[in-house]
Design a protein around this ligand. Structure first.
Ligand SMILES: NC(=O)C1=CN([C@@H]2O[C@H](COP(=O)(O)OP(=O)(O)OC[C@H]3O[C@@H](n4cnc5c(N)ncnc54)[C@H](OP(=O)(O)O)[C@@H]3O)[C@@H](O)[C@H]2O)C=CC1
Ligand SMILES: O=C1O[C@H](COP(=O)(O)O)[C@@H](O)[C@H](O)[C@H]1O
Length: 490
């Protein structure tokens, strides 16, 4: 048992929903397997119209389905199941919180983690009901799932409602990208390596690409996704968080607020995109039918439950500029989409060329170093350098060569922990540095809202792109206008 992890009660709201069953309980099972949960920690699952037998039955099925066979251990599973108690609670009905109150009363001084794995429209009601029923103690923490609202205004409402009952130091807003090992590694890479630390600015970097490409489509989530679109679903949170970690200044230390203060400065420095720039700096797309893994897949408008006139974007690429000394004149090209050619999340940092170039002028376009940070899959780092081409017959010809670090090979890792394992562990420990502060969320919304408003004014349909491609052709123009191409086309 790890000494610093104290016993707590973890209470899941929406315990029979997709997120808890598919991600959260399997992640906690992995913590159990790694002996990272205190023996007296309890897991209280609340859902409506349920009881212990029904809840445990479904949880067993989910664990069997979502935990790979090689990681399933019967003794660990039984010990884990023993911790779980299902209670029937209707989140809107205060009287139905009574069994929860009774369960919590049996251990009044324990830390409590309330995880809201349900719609954000219920976060205020649940918080008020917990408070009114006396379920909150001083050691209570609350975990909020994304999306928190659909705009600055609605996010502000949800945060204010929850903020009536929980102090900011008790609130853990999830962005699961921050739980990914490779995303945390950005901090180590940038701030532990002088080689990069000294070069990380407009003097040395020409531009940065941040791509989060997904192969999946809507996966039965039309109802949610069509209201959101890719900007709200992915850019407002994950891509802007990645941008922050790439662009922020060194924090004073590794404390949650030092890191978050620096991220906020980046968000505040995001230059609003003017209406006359929209055509050149932003591309919206929507997938049509195409091929993924050689299988024909339907277009967005033919997905189950689709409204055939929807203009919701499933792809977006944006040329972003930051108003800061460090990044003056350095564009960040953000790109994310569903049903793209590959599942690939990566950051490519393009360094400027040497000011004094002495090699074959025809090879000049080769001559900039690139740092490729592969977030998923095949997690690792590659630094593209230039060497002399080998062989007696070759003169001083240049050749590109990667210095490659694959995390799985270098560190003998057989499995990368799921982001939710790390995030649940940090909530249990009471560490907030991997969670998003209210001002971060609100600055990110402010910038996205401005973009959404421009789209609304323009009222033009998203550009079609076939499933299995890299998005609409205009996305290439975004870089071509600056004399550049996306990394995969180089
Ligand atoms: N699923 C995912 O991969 C991800 C989800 N999220 C976020 O996590 C949250 C949960 O998502 P997800 O699990 O997919 O959603 P689900 O709809 O699958 O689960 C929500 C659960 O909340 C329950 N619920 C709703 N209203 C009440 C109520 N009044 N009383 C009691 N129970 C209620 C639902 O019960 P019932 O079935 O009876 O309606 C359902 O079990 C959302 O905020 C979502 O945006 C974020 C990232 C990824
Ligand atoms: O938050 C979300 O993220 C997933 C992508 O997450 P990943 O860890 O698989 O990269 C995305 O599919 C989903 O639409 C979005 O809500």
């Amino acid at each position: 048992m790890t000494a610093h992890l104290s016993a707590c009660d973890i209470i899941f709201f929406g315990a029979l929903g997709d997120l808890t069953q598919r991600k959260l309980l399997p992640a906690l099972y992995q913590l159990e397997r790694a002996k990272l949960i205190h023996k007296d920690t309890r897991i209280i699952c609340v859902a409506r119209n349920t009881d212990q037998d029904k809840g445990i039955g479904q949880t067993r099925q989910s664990l069997t389905k979502y935990v790979s066979e090689s990681l399933m251990n019967t003794d660990v599973l039984e010990a884990f199941i023993q911790r779980i108690r299902f209670l029937s609670v209707n989140f809107d009905e205060i009287e139905s919180y009574r069994p929860l109150k009774d369960a919590l009363d049996s251990s009044t001084n324990k830390e409590r983690v309330f995880y809201y794995a349900t719609s954000a429209s219920l976060y205020g009601t649940i918080s008020a009901n917990l408070s009114e029923q006396g379920c909150l103690n001083e050691q209570s923490r609350v975990v909020l799932e994304k999306p928190i609202g659909f705009s600055l205004e609605t996010s502000h409402q949800v945060n204010s409602e929850v903020g009536k009952f929980f102090d900011e130091s008790q609130i853990y807003r999830i962005d699961h990208y921050l739980g990914k090992e490779t995303v945390q590694n950005l901090i180590a890479l940038r701030f532990a390596n002088n080689l990069f630390g000294t070069q990380w600015n407009q003097n040395h970097i020409s531009h940065v690409e941040i791509t989060v490409a997904e192969k999946v489509g809507i996966e039965g989530r039309w109802g949610y996704f069509d209201k959101a679109g890719q900007l709200r679903d992915m850019v407002q949170n994950h891509l802007l968080q990645l941008l922050c970690l790439v662009a922020m200044d060194p924090p004073a230390d590794l404390s949650a607020d030092s890191i978050r203060d620096e991220k906020v400065k980046v968000l505040k420095s995001l230059r609003p995109i003017k209406s006359e720039e929209m055509g050149h700096h932003v591309v919206r797309g929507q997938y049509t039918s195409g091929y993924i893994n050689d299988q024909r897949v339907p277009g967005y408008l033919d997905e189950e439950g689709a409204n055939t006139s929807s203009q919701t974007e499933t792809f977006v690429s944006i040329r972003v500029e930051l108003g800061s000394w460090r990044w003056a004149g350095v564009p960040f090209y953000l790109r994310t989409g569903k049903r793209m050619a590959e599942k690939s999340s990566q950051i490519v940092v393009h360094f400027k060329q040497q000011p004094h170039y002495i090699f074959d002028p025809e090879q000049r376009q080769l001559a900039n170093n690139k740092l490729i940070i592969k977030l998923q899959p095949d997690e690792g780092i590659a630094l593209h350098i230039l060497t002399k081409d080998q062989g007696l017959e070759k003169g001083m010809q240049l050749r590109k060569a990667p210095l490659q670090l694959s995390f799985s090979q270098a560190f003998g890792i057989d499995r990368v922990p799921d982001a939710y394992e790390r995030l649940l562990l940090e909530v249990i420990k009471g560490q907030q540095y991997l969670f998003v502060r209210r001002d971060e969320i609100e600055h990110a919304w402010k910038w996205c809202d401005a973009l959404l408003n421009q789209w609304q004014k323009q009222n033009s349909p998203p550009l079609p792109y076939p499933a299995g491609s890299w998005g609409p052709a205009n996305s290439d123009l975004l870089l071509a206008n600056d004399g550049r191409v996306w990394y995969e086309n180089q």
